[in-house]
Ligand binder design. Structure first.
Ligand code: COA
Ligand code: MG
Length: 292
């Protein structure tokens, strides 16, 4: 499976919409999140799960290069256990788990272990979308070795803290930062909430640049038109790559001997700067390998 931390774009696809599901192989998203939760109304829940195991299966077979996740219903709901079992039989890469704290992750982990003999690689991505979820993020990401990333959910979070969303996003800034730092400390993926206005690519690009600069590794999308914008923001530019190459070359040839400091084009380069450049190149090369 592709490392979740290398996935830039995660496309949500409601499983009650066959025409959306059929579109998946022609899209450029790195990962798909088949949705059984909030984009599917109560009356359609069972049909959506059936669709997942029907044409969902075909789609997974046709688009093997993508990561496939299933957003199941909350573990406290009557649907969760069957949803998780469906994700396991689909041979999806893992689940996205709504309204998570450590307790939800532990319950999901138990269901997974009871459903599959070798669930080693199956991942859990907790959705951090409540005040308690943000407050207890560290326990949540440590609740199971299956947690390989976390996703922030702004709509439920702002409902929970009882505020309106604003264009500046100041009401979600702290929660985004806090989740990202916890994910970075665990070296797992940090995935952002979707940008609801799918007809505003400029706004999406700005929002994505903002979360990339916080340290997030990917962003969810709700519409295919958002994918290339997100992919492009999370792909290092030629300029960034060539600067990183220069730093790594100069450091490895001159700077590393005494762990010292070198100067490149008038700017100081020390070890953390060299290591950042090296990380960028490693990530860039890995992405290229996956594309080839
Ligand atoms: N996944 C896959 N394909 C999608 C898609 C999605 N999420 N959203 C739209 N498409 C497809 C449509 O089928 C259409 O394909 P076509 O050109 O071959 O007919 C094309 O993309 C353009 O769709 P468009 O008509 O612009 O969108 P829409 O008005 O049908 O739908 C939304 C808009 C927002 C209702 C829809 O994109 C959607 O439901 N998104 C997912 C929402 C979701 O999952 N929410 C929960 C997570 S927060
Ligand atoms: Mg939600």
């Amino acid at each position: 499976m592709n490392d979740i931390s290398n996935c830039r774009s995660f496309l949500y696809v409601p499983c009650n919409q066959q025409k959306y599901m059929e579109k998946i192989p022609s899209t450029t998203c790195d990962a798909v999140i088949f949705d059984l939760e909030d984009s599917v109304r109560l009356a359609d829940k069972k049909q959506a799960r059936k669709n997942l195991l029907g044409f969902g299966f075909e789609i997974v077979r046709k688009a093997r290069e993508k990561v496939f996740l299933v957003r199941v219903n909350a573990v406290d709901s009557t649907f969760a256990e069957d949803d998780i079992r469906a994700a396991v039989s689909l041979k999806a890469d893992g689940i996205v788990l709504p309204k998570s704290t450590a307790r939800q992750v532990e319950s999901a982990d138990t269901i997974i272990q009871n459903s599959v003999d070798d669930g080693q690689d199956f991942v859990i991505i907790p959705l951090i979308e409540t005040a308690l979820g943000v407050q207890t993020i560290w326990e949540t990401v440590n609740a199971s070795p299956k947690v390989k990333g976390a996703q922030f959910g702004a709509e439920d979070f702002t409902r929970d803290i009882q505020v309106e969303r604003t264009a500046s996003g100041k009401e979600i800034e702290y929660a985004r930062n806090r989740m990202t730092i916890a994910c970075r400390a665990k070296n797992i993926a940090a995935i952002d909430t979707p940008f609801a206005n799918f007809k505003d690519p400029e706004g999406l690009a700005e929002d994505t640049r903002n979360v990339k600069s916080m340290g997030m590794t990917g962003k969810t999308c709700i519409h295919p038109s958002q994918i290339d914008v997100v992919n492009s923001v999370f792909t290092p530019s030629e300029k960034e790559v060539s600067r990183a190459r220069k730093i790594v070359n100069c450091w490895e040839n001159h700077g590393s001997i005494n762990d010292g400091v070198i100067v490149i084009e008038g700017e100081m380069v020390d070890r953390p700067i060299y290591q950042r450049a090296k990380n960028l190149l490693e990530k860039y090369n890995k992405k290229k390998e996956n594309v080839v």
